[in-house]
Design a binder for this molecule. Structure first.
Ligand SMILES: Cc1cc2nc3c(=O)[nH]c(=O)nc-3n(C[C@H](O)[C@H](O)[C@H](O)COP(=O)(O)O)c2cc1C
Ligand code: SF4
Ligand code: SF4
Length: 253
């Protein structure tokens, strides 16, 4: 069973490619997170969890979904993390989470995809995006082979940051860097409600036809990047900057 969490489409797309290649069931964790519902799953095949990297770690929102969920049947857990640059020492923490769930840790595979964190960085140009996505697509048969043969993923290479560094950085990042106070809508807003639908945490409501934020944000970038009118800004940092949101799908239409 392939289970994914995604803010702006990268992890969804990689999960779709894997599910198609493996002929396996695809589950969207966003639906459970949005519905505040605990996931209860049973799979004969290994579990494959696909999600983005936030501050060199598994996103807290997905960590909660995973640790609170029930995963019965096959006990093997593979983790595939999409990232803009590096997953850091995420594997160290994933192994511990896996032990809590009494699952066998089969390793983590890093898949570089276009950077989506527009509130902090520039997203790659369209040309770069295409190159990065094509390189990621080429990894799918390799990743799938490990899973199909139920072999461990190879150990990540030496560019991992030391785990203790993220033990300090990640909590600081969430405490000071992940706030929704900086989001605002501009006059381009049409009141379509797409941002409400896209927010995995139900953090947005429409008030007088405009998005209002409720203070429970994980900075996934779905609202600001998925808004069809580009009507959301984050402080002054995003003004004039292109957004990144992947709509490409691997599923038959
Ligand atoms: C809050 C936040 C933190 C991020 N931190 C990292 C990071 O530590 N390392 C990295 O390589 N990419 C980082 N990224 C980039 C995303 O992990 C990457 O673009 C990912 O593929 C987005 O997946 P999604 O479209 O499924 O949400 C971050 C993005 C966000 C929004
Ligand atoms: S998605 Fe954009 S245009 Fe639609 S309601 Fe939200 S901010 Fe307004
Ligand atoms: S408010 Fe926007 S950035 Fe925050 S969790 Fe919701 S969709 Fe993601």
């Amino acid at each position: 069973m392939v289970i994914y969490y995604s803010g702006t489409g990268n992890s969804r797309y990689i999960a779709e490619l894997l599910a198609v290649r493996l002929g396996d069931e695809l589950v969207c964790a966003n639906d459970y997170i949005k519905a505040e519902k605990r996931g209860e799953f049973c799979s004969e095949k290994p579990y494959v969890f696909v999600f983005p990297t936030y501050a060199w770690r598994v996103p807290r929102v997905f960590e909660d979904f995973y640790t609170q969920g029930a995963f019965t049947g096959n006990t093997k857990a593979y983790f595939v993390m999409t990232c803009g640059d590096s997953i850091g020492s995420a594997g160290y923490f994933l192994e511990k989470l896996c032990q809590m769930q009494l699952m066998s840790y089969m390793g983590v595979y890093e898949v570089r995809m276009p950077e989506n964190y527009v509130a902090r960085f520039r997203v790659p140009s369209k040309e770069e995006q295409e190159k990065i996505i094509a390189a990621a697509e080429r990894k799918i048969p390799i990743i799938s082979k490990y899973i199909r043969e139920q072999e461990d993923f190879p150990k990540p290479d030496g560019k991992q940051a030391a785990a203790f560094t993220t033990q300090v950085i990640t909590p600081v990042f969430y405490l000071f860097g992940v706030k929704d106070k900086g989001f605002r809508s501009t006059d381009r807003c049409t009141g379509c409600g797409e941002c409400v639908r896209l927010c995995p945490l139900n953090n947005i409501t429409l008030k007088e036809g405009r998005p209002a934020y409720r203070g429970n944000c994980t900075h996934c970038m779905a609202c600001i990047s998925g808004c069809p009118a580009e009507a959301i800004e984050y402080k002054r940092r995003t003004v004039g900057k292109p957004r990144y949101y992947l709509r490409k799908t691997a599923l038959p239409q």
